[in-house]
Design a protein around this ligand. Structure first.
Ligand code: 13P
Length: 251
């Protein structure tokens, strides 16, 4: 039995007061416990304010990215230990926006995954194909490569601290979500490949989130698929009530 995990990826949105307002609202809506694991990934600048407000709630904190070196002359970057220190439980790594706008490749993503796990963070590893790759019939090849390279050097013992987010790039921020059947098909594929990489038992326990234009309207159809274990939500996670409605579509 996999506990669903619903995460809010705010991307480059919200000032500290806006983030604090959201956190207080969500805390009020959720109460002290939740059937699904709930995670919020604010921008770095708002982590500490959000952490303070969410103290005593069921909501965990995530960083949206990190740099894999432990410290040093990397202007503008944040380490895994710094995220941990700021109260993060998770790091979102390999997001398609990092791959596209910041030229992150699978080898770099793998270094970040190892740095996160090594610092005691859990990882949400994002994978997913572009529209062109889907049209060329390359979806499985792309996702397989991102998984194999992103998880290189990891074993069954790491699987419990890993979540995979399948986020088809063509569905992100477009209002055009994958159908439940399309998503389920790739999620099944991810679980099979994860079985080869991490072992069958670990793959059965692995939580695989869907991300890409998830809304309160489409979340319950997506999340009721057998291999969809939660959602990674962008736009619809910016308003506490709509994020809560998505969480509630599981509860
Ligand atoms: P949207 O929900 O805005 O499509 O974003 C999805 C996403 O990229 C979450 O990481």
């Amino acid at each position: 039995m996999r506990r669903p995990i619903v995460a809010a990826n705010w991307k480059m949105n919200k000032t500290v007061p806006e983030a604090a307002e959201f956190a207080a609202r969500l805390k009020g809506l959720l109460g002290p416990s939740s059937k699904a694991e709930v995670v919020v990934a604010p921008p770095f600048t708002a982590l500490s304010a959000v952490k303070e407000i969410l103290e005593g709630s069921a909501v965990g904190l995530a960083g949206q990215n990190l740099w894999h070196e432990p410290k040093g002359a990397y202007t503008g970057e944040v380490s895994a230990a710094m995220l941990k220190d700021a109260g993060c439980v998770y790091a979102i790594l390999g997001h398609s926006e990092r791959r596209k706008y910041f030229q992150e490749d699978d080898a770099l993503v793998n270094k970040k995954v190892k740095a996160a796990l090594g610092s005691g963070l859990n990882v949400i590893l994002c994978v997913g194909e572009t529209l062109r790759e889907r049209e060329l019939g390359e979806t499985h090849n792309v996702v397989r490569r991102q998984l194999e390279k992103g998880l290189e050097g990891l074993g069954a013992g790491d699987a419990g601290r890993l979540v995979v987010a399948y986020e088809p790039v063509w569905a992100i921020g477009t209002g055009k979500n994958a159908t439940p059947e399309q998503a389920q098909e790739v999620h099944r594929f991810v679980r099979e490949r994860a079985g080869e990489l991490l072992g069958r038992e670990a793959a059965e326990a692995l939580r695989i989130q869907y991300g890409g234009s998830v809304t309160p309207e489409n979340s319950s159809a997506l999340l009721s698929q057998p291999d969809i274990d939660g959602a990674l939500v962008g736009g619809a996670s910016l308003v506490a009530e709509s994020f809560y409605a998505i969480i509630n579509s599981i509860n």
